[in-house]
Every structure is written in C-alpha cells, then in structure tokens.
Design a protein around this ligand. Structure first.
Ligand code: IPM
Ligand code: MN
Length: 365
C-alpha cells in the first residue's frame, strides 16, 4: 500500500515538530508495510518570504495530489504587519477552504500520567475524554460582506443548510462510536444564524436515534468545560466558537503542546498539532513534539481505520510521560527534561516495544 503525504513544516517550531512526526510516521508505515512517499513544500511565512504568498499554487497542487497533508505550524511576529490576505494565517484559511476541510476534530484527553499538570483540580480533569467537532470552512471566518475602514470594521456570520448538515453528521457519527452524546454549542438566544444552526442540527439528529443531542449556549459551554469537563462527549460547534472552545479544552489537558488535530473533508485530510509556531523557542530543539506525534496517530486512524496504530502511538506517549520524561514546557520539579529529539527517540522506543509485545504483534491491516 502507498501513502503520499505532503509535509508543510511551516514556521517557528513547525520544522522541528514535523521532523519528530515524520520519524513516527515512517516507523508506523514500516510496521504495516506501507510505502510512505513524502514531499515537502513551503507554506506560511517562509513561503511568503520566498514567493510573496503564504500558499503557492505548487504547494496547493501537492496537497491536492496527496492522501494526507501534515502541517507543523505557521506564523510569527515578523509577518504580523502584512495585509490580512498575505499573512500566514490567511494561507491556512485558504488551504482549509481549497481542500474542503470542513470538519476539524480536536480531541481533549488527559494522559493519566499528566493529571497533575492541569491548572484544574485532579478530580475535575481525571478521565476527561471529549472531542470538539469544529466547523472549519464557513461561519464568520469566511462570511461576506467583510471589511475594514477608518471608522468601521465588519464581518458576517452565516451558515447554509448543507454546511451545517455535513458537520452535524460528522459529529453524530463520531458520537455513535463513542459514548453517544452530542452537545451542540451556539448562541441561539441572540443570533439568528445560531437559531438556524440549532434547527438543522435537530433535524439531522433524527437520523441518529442512538445519540442523545443537547444544546448549550457558548458562554455557558465555556464555563462548563472548566467546571465539569467529564459531562462532554462530542461538542459540535461553529468555526469561531470552536476556535475558542478548543483552546479552553486544551488547557484542561495541561498544555497545548499535547493536543493533536485532524481537519477532514470529502477528499482531503490535514493533520496538525493544535499549538502555534512558538517563535521564541524555535530552532532550540526544546519544543514539545507530542502534539505533532499524536497527530500522526490520528492520520493513520483516519486514512486506514488503523485505530491500533493510533493506540500504539498514544500508549507510547503515555508510557514515556509515566517514566517521568518531559520537555521543558511541561516539566515539573524532579522530571527529566528532554530535548525535542530525545523525547521523540523515547517515544519511538516505546512504540517499538509495544509492537514487539504479543498483544500488539497480531495487529495487521
Ligand atoms: C487554529 C488557529 C487558526 C484559526 C488561525 C491561525 C487562523 O487559531 O487553528 O485554531 O483561528 O482557526
Ligand atoms: Mn485557534
């Protein structure tokens, strides 16, 4: 079997965490006899510096031609002053839109070895396991009209029926395979677009009788995520609300450096760590590679339904953390602080160990 992946290392720590991800990608592919074909392209600020645009036609074409895209991170202060459409972030939005990546999946799980690292109480975060299903190619991020003038700035939040239907289906399908609960988050007490969202989600829910649907206002949802995150299974929400809630969810798990994400469309998929490009620590070999490595697990799970491969990666990360190994961002007193490459080697060793145990060796494609 062949697997074509376009790598977009991007800016800041992006290249370092991508390198870590590639090692785990290659290791997993070897175990399952998958021929990995990697192609690397410029994307983000580095693409702007070279070509005057964050997303070139060549990069976009490479992404279209591959089975999956792996993205490190984009952005940095030096590009903040650029006009909106030339910023690295604009490249990311364009890429999502062009590839039709409408479903952004951001799991919030707490590694057992990591409960102490959350800023919330142990008993609140222990065993938290929910997923934010964020709509990614519509809503206020893309609505027209939009603009900015000296005395006025404006954007439009709108959703069409098909956009809400397809993301709602993704959420219900995911919940069906999990604990059977969808919480749709909106602001229907104020916004018409949210009333519409709620109606469509309710309609779609009739096709999924085994899934319990509830609705929550976004302000309350933000509060509930920190008050009692265990109540959630799948949170279904729009682009902007999902952006905010997934950062809140990220903190429950202790660090954004731990969180993977998948952005999925009809014919393309992109995998990336949730964290940003962290320019202040770029190039120092100290970035946390866990989110990137964990995103590789999501990639194999999504592309080949290889949930075992994803589990191996997750367990390898957990084992490594349990042994007290940490990168600087998540280190506590007494931990062994590792560099990016050392952490990656430890996780790889753990993967190898897991594949060599009886239980795992029987897994085949
Ligand atoms: C994210 C980021 C992006 C977003 C930015 C960089 C455009 O915050 O992936 O959550 O707002 O979607
Ligand atoms: Mn964000």
């Amino acid at each position: 079997m062949n697997l074509k992946v376009t790598l977009l290392p991007g800016d800041g720590i992006g290249p370092e965490v991508t390198e870590a991800a590639v090692k785990v990608m290659q290791h997993t592919a070897d175990k399952y006899d998958i021929q990995l074909e990697l192609r690397e392209e410029l994307f983000g600020g580095c693409a702007y510096d070279k070509h005057g645009t964050p997303l070139t036609e060549q990069t976009l074409a490479a992404c279209r031609e591959s089975n999956a895209v792996f993205l490190g991170a984009v952005g940095g202060n030096q590009w903040d002053g650029l006009p909106q459409h030339l910023k690295p972030e604009a490249g990311l939005l364009k890429l999502r839109r062009e590839l039709g990546l409408y479903a952004n999946v951001r799991p919030a799980r707490v590694f057992s070895s990591f409960v102490q690292s959350s800023s919330l109480k142990n008993e609140v975060v222990r065993d938290v396991d929910f997923v934010v299903m964020r709509e990614l190619t519509g809503g206020i991020y893309f609505g027209a009209p939009r603009g900015v003038e000296a005395d006025k700035g404006w954007n439009t939040m709108s959703y069409e029926r098909h956009e809400v239907e397809r993301i709602a289906r993704k959420a219900f399908e995911l919940a069906r395979d999990r604990r059977g609960r969808v919480t749709s988050v909106d602001k229907a007490n104020v916004l018409e677009v949210s009333q519409f969202w709620r109606n469509i989600v309710r309609e779609v829910s009739r096709d999924y009788p085994s899934v319990a649907l509830s609705h929550m206002y976004v302000d309350n949802a933000a509060m509930q995520i920190v008050r009692d995150p265990k109540q959630f299974d799948v949170i279904l929400t729009s682009n902007l609300f999902g952006d905010i809630l997934s950062d809140i969810a990220g903190m429950i798990t202790g660090s954004l450096g731990m969180l993977p994400s998948a952005s999925i469309g009809h014919s393309h998929a992109l995998f990336e760590p949730v964290h940003g490009s962290a320019p202040d620590i770029a190039g120092k070999n100290i970035a946390n590679p866990i989110a990137a490595i964990s995103s590789v697990g999501m990639m194999f799970e999504h592309l080949f339904q290889m949930s075992k491969a994803a589990q191996v990666i997750e367990r390898a990360i957990d084992n490594t953390l349990q042994q007290g190994y940490r990168t600087a961002d998540i280190a506590r007193p007494g931990d062994r602080v590792l560099s990016t490459t050392e952490m990656t080697s430890h996780i790889l060793e753990q993967c190898e160990d897991l594949y060599n145990t009886e239980a795992i060796r029987v897994f085949t494609l």
